[in-house]
Design a protein around this ligand. Structure first.
Ligand code: OXD
Ligand code: MN
Length: 650
């Protein structure tokens, strides 16, 4: 069986070790295994668990009462057994059109992250979220008290793994040898989660070995749940949507997730650890855990730089991370598409690692036009979830029309026959590919560098159909922090709204803050004390529309023209003009040579006093209502200064 785990080099053991594991499985089946708290350990050895890991496991074995325990070693044999088991349960099916690819279909009630059921637990509410203005509902996170958290766990987890196997997944966020990495132990009753964690993180024996040295890990407990009400289970995808809850306790580096088997709810290394708990660790230790892609870009002179960029969902983060530049002589390489952990080294250089090991990308819209690199990454060693399938053993989603075999018939993600005339989408809008990063053809040679890659620029961006120019540069760090704090983006409206709405999504972190956003801003501002060589900050908007409602900028590979300007600004080239909102490219400074279509640069960069007054007003209102007294003075002063500059516009 080919490797599903990307760079799990530790897992590539000798034939003899694999054979020993196979024997262990056979012994397990014969009833010859050691026990932990009276429960059979069917894989792995208890002595490999450090004392702290062992007692964490014991405590949760007592609580969840699994039938078996499986300590994950990250090996091929293990993966082979998991895949076989999931096939026998009907959780995944093989996709014979590709090499080592699998399709899972979830319960239709379990298809996305559940923000309203996601909580941060602290003694005081104000540690988790700013106090909103009277009568206003806070939107910067949900708080739960320690007592309520304990109660929620007891009610849901007692005996929740009866008849199931508890998998112990030791995982590293970041390369195992990197000093910037962190370790987690996820206890889960879902083999789908184990197989996905194997792609998205570095799992297995080597991680347990590292824990013998440091014993410092984030505790992650996950169960797909056992419904106590009338909710009907799908045997291939057990879940408990009515009682789903995702809990984080930063003080104890603890994550507890119940009721959902999917995505950020269950792959606890991703949003729960790398962002929510990660941001609280980063605050304590003086670094940044951010919802950012990382790309390397080389200019025609051969000079390479790295850029980190934060965009809310549905703004093309993965596309930018894997961009094929249209400007001749440029090359983009990908370090990560979703999360960046960044800290200043002893020379004051900001360095970033991608803590993940795979891409968990949204499938619909990914196409040979929007992201040819992703399309040449994902058709081997991949677990697809909730996409449509084709009668020739492949997958299909909206955007793949050109790749479709005309003779093939399509079954949608719910298992119904689907044709182009169908009224519902073939793939669920949040359907995903889960694929090893190491097989991306433009993965950066330094993507696993233990010291991280040096970051020269930080981009913030959003989907802004009106008023916001293609690109502008912050005047300085504090102004850049205001730009991040003021991020807004067009999102499909919640069901009760009509049309599209512009939502606030500061730093693209709104669903992922692990602590009070006001304190987070203070932390960002404090970075100024750590370096005299701070990255420059920019805001980009690929989505501005003309008065006729057409996109003004072609986007995709043409965004290299914007990155070209950014790189020239990093070289302090005199190619910018001051405006009230920041520095924009001076006339003709964006290289448009060879661009197929005419671009209306006037409309693309036009600044309207009325629009920006309204924008400032919306930001002021948001800060007043949502952040209140927690807003740092420096940000208040920055906003005031922006307002004054906008008011003085003609
Ligand atoms: C993601 C998200 O899944 O941001 O990456 O929602
Ligand atoms: Mn994301």
């Amino acid at each position: 069986m080919p490797d599903m785990g990307g760079s799990n080099r530790s897992a590539k053991k000798s034939y003899a070790t694999e054979a020993a594991r196979a024997i262990k499985y056979r012994n397990a089946n014969l009833g010859l295994f050691e026990q932990l708290r009276g429960v059979a350990v069917v894989n792995g050895t208890v002595k490999d668990l450090s004392p702290k890991v062992k007692s964490y496991v014991e405590e949760n074995v007592d609580l969840c009462q699994p039938e078996k325990i499986h300590i994950c070693d990250g090996s091929e044999t293990e993966n082979h057994h998991l895949i076989e088991f999931m096939q026998s349960q009907g959780t995944i099916v093989n996709l014979p059109k590709y090499e080592n690819c699998w399709l899972a279909k979830t319960n239709p009630a379990d298809t996305a992250r559940v923000e309203s059921k996601t909580f941060i637990c602290t003694e005081e509410r104000s540690e988790t979220i700013p106090t909103p203005k009277d009568g206003i509902k806070g939107t910067l996170g949900n708080w739960i008290s320690p007592k309520q958290m304990d109660q929620a766990i007891e009610e849901r987890f007692t005996g929740c793994m009866r008849g199931r196997t508890m998998y112990i997944v030791p995982f590293s966020m970041g390369p195992i040898v990197s000093p910037l990495s962190k370790i987690g132990i996820e206890l889960t009753d879902s083999p789908y989660v184990v197989a996905s964690m194997r792609i998205m993180t570095r799992i297995g024996y080597q991680v347990l070995q590292k824990l013998q040295e440091s014993d410092d890990f984030v505790k992650c407990l996950h169960s797909v749940g056992t419904p106590s009400s009338g909710f009907t289970e799908m045997p291939s995808w057990p879940c408990d949507p009515e009682r789903t809850i995702i809990l984080h306790k930063p003080k104890e580096n603890k994550i507890v997730s119940y009721g959902s088997g999917y995505g950020g709810n269950s792959l606890l290394g991703k949003k729960c650890f790398a962002l929510r708990i990660g941001s609280t660790i980063a605050k304590r230790e003086g670094w940044l855990a951010e919802h950012m892609l990382i790309l390397g870009i080389t200019n025609p002179q051969g000079q390479k730089r790295y850029i980190a960029a934060a965009f809310p969902s549905a703004c093309g983060k993965t596309n930018l991370a894997m961009m094929t530049p249209s400007l001749p002589g440029y090359k983009v390489e990908c370090v990560g598409d979703d999360i960046a952990w960044m800290r200043f080294d002893k020379n004051g250089q900001l360095r970033a690692i991608n803590p993940e090991n795979g891409f968990f990308g949204v499938a619909p819209g990914t196409s040979t036009k929007s992201n040819p690199i992703a399309m040449s990454t994902i058709f081997k060693n991949t677990i697809f979830t909730n996409v449509a399938s084709t009668s020739d053993g492949g997958v299909f989603w909206e955007g793949m029309e050109d790749d479709l075999n005309p003779a093939a018939t399509i079954t949608d993600w719910r298992g119904n026959k689907w044709t182009k005339a169908s009224k519902t989408p073939a793939a669920h809008p949040n359907s995903r590919f889960c694929t090893p990063a190491g097989q991306c053809p433009i993965i950066d040679p330094q993507w696993e560098a233990p010291e991280g890659v040096p970051i020269s620029a930080i981009l913030f961006g959003g989907r802004r159909p009106a008023g916001v120019p293609l690109v502008y540069e912050a005047r300085d760090w504090k102004h850049g922090v205001l730009i991040g704090a003021s991020m807004r983006s067009e999102a499909t409206a919640a069901a009760e709204h009509k049309g599209k709405v512009i939502m606030h999504d500061p730093f693209a972190m709104r669903p992922f803050f692990g602590y009070n956003f006001g304190h987070y801003l203070k932390h960002w501002l404090s970075m100024e004390e750590r370096s005299t060589n701070l990255p420059k900050i920019f805001h980009v908007n690929w989505f501005r529309k003309s008065s006729e409602g057409k996109f003004l900028w072609p986007g995709f590979g043409e965004n290299s023209r914007v990155l070209d300007w950014i790189l020239r600004r990093l070289d302090n080239e005199d190619c910018s003009t001051e405006t009230p909102i920041g520095l924009v490219p001076s006339e003709n400074a964006i290289n448009l040579s060879g661009l197929d279509e005419e671009v209306d640069m006037g409309q693309l960069f036009g600044l309207s006093k009325n629009f920006w007054l309204e924008e400032v007003f919306a930001i002021e209102k948001y800060f007043k209502e949502q952040v209140g007294d927690d807003l740092p003075e420096e940000i208040r002063a920055q906003l005031k200064a922006l307002k004054r500059r906008v008011e003085s516009m003609n």
